[in-house]
Design a binder for this molecule. Structure first.
Ligand SMILES: NC(=O)c1ccc[n+]([C@@H]2O[C@H](COP(=O)([O-])OP(=O)(O)OC[C@H]3O[C@@H](n4cnc5c(N)ncnc54)[C@H](O)[C@@H]3O)[C@@H](O)[C@H]2O)c1
Length: 412
């Protein structure tokens, strides 16, 4: 762990999303980006420009072996390919490198179990794992947590989390292009339930409750639309119903592409509800039952919360300040100030919601989510390597990535 004034050396693996962290890191005192790993030179060049204001220049690696064994950084941000997150998180933790890993934490149940065990062992040695789930750290989601924790609304009974992110045809073609991203790039094969942490994490952060069961359904896109957007996957929408360890029901979605683009969260409790506002993500709505309205408060009101500290820094980064505060929370945890959220257990729980939600959608049955803190429960899944993402070399995958195949398929 580090003292307040110790310099923390950071490595970044993957400079597409990874490049978005540079701004936040440069805003933090006593943090230096000492190494980056990226094989695409245009992405390296672009991000080195962003690093011009840092005195020390980072060492650039083009392959992970040399990067991880360089000894040049204390902590790594993993913004590499999603299906390889767990593999490199485990590698880093074994080397004593703290990990801030992009979403999602693991692509298979076996990976999630292995990651939990490794992170537990690392924690014993003072080495931390956190997932870089930025949405709970936006200003409005942080406010939902504050409000829920006043206790005035009672206990969560029902919550909804929506992360809806359609892309225009140009962007979609870029992200789905086999020539730019590679034929077997994960995003082309992302099943509709997997990318669910952005819709789920803010609710877990606010309430501390954990999903224990998942049931999922999907909606298929039209053939015309699929070809217009050059997708491999047929599903447009994936919705999951979850029950929690506190007895609540949640409705969340994975990577859903239908309009309008928005993020929205509602936590409905026994006495009232706290939510963000559809179409106005930075706003919060508070509403009580008429008979439960606390004295001196309106029964219903809307407002836009503001950061009470680090406002300028947070406002200069993306995702409602979430990109700043998620990195800050990690650095704070490394300095012994606060616990990471999501820790490895919550991160693997969210990954399991996506993975088991997918099995549920394919089979039409609910699945129990193991408690990753409990070795007996997680052990049941230690050999489950069902994986919808293709092998980079052979293209083989052991689960379908779409509830029905797309005819034009590999030719886009
Ligand atoms: N939290 C958010 O808001 C947010 C936003 C976008 C992406 N993401 C996450 O970020 C991660 C990365 O996604 P992305 O959008 O940047 O696309 P991506 O997965 O294509 O980017 C990964 C980058 O890592 C590099 N890379 C991967 N393996 C490498 C290797 N072995 N050697 C050298 N370089 C390698 C690639 O060249 C690429 O530039 C994903 O997990 C995604 O879920 C999160």
């Amino acid at each position: 762990m580090f003292e307040q004034n110790d310099n923390i050396r950071i490595g970044i693996f993957g400079l597409w999303r990874g490049g978005a962290y540079i701004k936040s890191l440069l805003l933090l005192p006593n943090v230096t980006i000492t190494a980056v790993c990226e094989r695409m030179t245009d992405r390296v060049d672009k991000n080195l420009e962003k690093l011009a204001e840092q005195k020390e220049k980072p060492t650039v690696f083009t392959e992970p072996e040399a990067f991880f064994s360089s000894g040049l950084f204390d902590a790594v941000i993993l913004a590499n390919y999603l299906p390889e997150h767990a593999k490199y998180a485990i590698k880093a933790l074994r080397l004593g490198i703290h990990v801030l890993c992009e979403t999602t934490a693991a692509a298979t149940m076996a990976d999630a179990v292995a990651l939990c065990r490794e992170a537990e062992a690392a924690r014993e040695r003072g080495v931390l794992y956190m997932m870089a789930e930025n949405y709970p750290y936006s200003c409005s989601c942080t406010e939902l947590r504050k409000l829920y924790r006043t206790g005035k609304f009672g206990k969560m009974m029902f919550a909804e989390g929506e992360y809806v992110h359609p892309m225009d045809p140009e962007n979609s073609s870029f992200y789905n292009s086999p020539t730019i991203q590679g034929k077997y790039h994960w995003r082309r094969y992302l099943p509709v339930t997997y990318y669910c942490s952005h819709s789920l994490a803010p609710i877990m952060y606010a309430t501390g409750e954990r999903p224990v069961r998942v049931m999922a359904m999907t909606a298929k896109d039209t053939t015309e639309h699929i070809s217009e957007f050059k997708r491999l996957r047929a599903d447009l929408v994936g919705v999951m119903l979850l029950s929690t360890d506190g007895g609540a029901v949640l409705r969340i979605n994975g990577s859903t592409y239908c309009p309008p683009e928005d993020n929205w969260y509602r936590i409905s409790c026994t006495r009232g509800s706290v939510e963000t506002v559809r179409g106005e993500q930075t706003k919060v709505r508070v509403a009580y039952n008429k008979w439960d309205t606390p004295e001196g408060e309106e029964q219903e009101y809307f407002y836009t919360p503001e950061w009470t500290e680090h406002k300028e820094a947070a406002d200069s980064t993306r995702h409602g300040g979430g990109d700043y505060f998620v990195v800050r929370a990690f650095i704070d945890a490394l300095r012994g100030n606060g616990e990471p959220f999501p820790d490895v257990y919550d991160s693997c729980c969210m990954a399991a919601v996506g993975i088991l939600g997918w099995k549920s959608a394919l089979e039409g049955v609910p699945y129990d989510i193991p408690d990753f803190r409990n070795e007996e429960e997680r052990k049941k899944w230690e050999n489950d390597r069902d994986n919808p993402f293709p092998d980079f070399e052979t293209g083989e995958h052991s689960l379908p990535y779409s509830t029905s195949p797309v005819d034009a398929g590999e030719d886009w």
